[in-house]
Design a protein around this ligand. Structure first.
Ligand code: HEM
Length: 199
């Protein structure tokens, strides 16, 4: 994966657990000779997997916990690394945003030409719930999607719950997430139904 991903892991581990935890993780992953990750260089996926596996041992967390935390971190990290505009133009509400995830990655591919992006399909129900299907050529990253959805919930100030209801890691044909919004997505005041405003 692109260096942007490995840099985000580095930043998350060092800012949440200290520089020392990061140094120990690179040592365990046998990556101590790499001085830094270059944002726009594509690294073998194995590098990312080794880093995550090493961090689980150093931090005493499960791979699932780290990938969830990473997914959530990715939303603020990409915003701070120059992609705020891309996030902003992807949707005004969380449901809108989830419909445009493939579009977001298609636009990201301009900066990352060798991108092997995930793909998402979102089905909306009238009761503020959605089913999100996640497709990837990679295996094992579904916990990251749960974290991403929580990170997006925070970004849109839209409280939500996420349940993974089918998992390729557990033998199902696909990765499917059930997302329930606690409140209607927050649109701007002009979208408020006038009949709801009491005199
Ligand atoms: C502006 C924000 C974003 C940028 C610049 C971006 C870019 C990237 C990049 C560079 C990768 C590495 C893939 C590779 O190197 O082949 C990636 C992977 C990924 N992205 Fe995004 N992304 C953004 C936002 C999001 C959001 C909001 C989601 C929410 C669902 C998401 C879901 C994923 C997932 C799940 C992966 C792991 C790769 C896989 O599943 O195969 N990304 N993205």
């Amino acid at each position: 994966m692109y260096g942007l991903v490995n840099r985000a892991i580095q930043q998350m581990v060092s800012s949440h657990h200290g520089e020392d935890a990061w140094q120990r993780s690179t040592l365990r992953a046998d990556l101590q000779d790499l001085d830094f990750f270059s944002t726009y260089q594509a690294y073998p996926d194995d590098v990312t997997h080794r880093l995550v596996a090493a961090a689980t041992e150093v931090l005493g967390l499960s791979g699932e916990q780290i990938m969830q935390a990473f997914g959530e971190y990715w939303i603020t990290y990409t915003a701070s690394e120059g992609y705020e505009q891309l996030l902003e133009s992807t949707g005004e509400t969380l449901p809108e945003f989830l419909d445009q995830l493939d579009n977001l990655h298609a636009r990201a591919a301009i900066a990352f030409p060798e991108l092997q992006p995930p793909s998402f399909r979102c089905q909306h129900s009238a009761d503020q719930t959605m089913e999100l299907e996640y497709r990837s050529k990679r295996q094992g990253l579904a916990p990251m999607v749960t974290g991403l959805l929580h990170g997006l919930g925070k970004r849109f100030r839209t409280p939500l719950t996420v349940d993974q209801i089918a998992s390729r890691d557990h033998g199902d044909a696909k990765d499917l997430f059930h997302v329930r919004l606690a409140t209607p997505p927050d649109r701007s005041a002009e979208h408020v139904d006038p009949s709801m405003i009491q005199e």
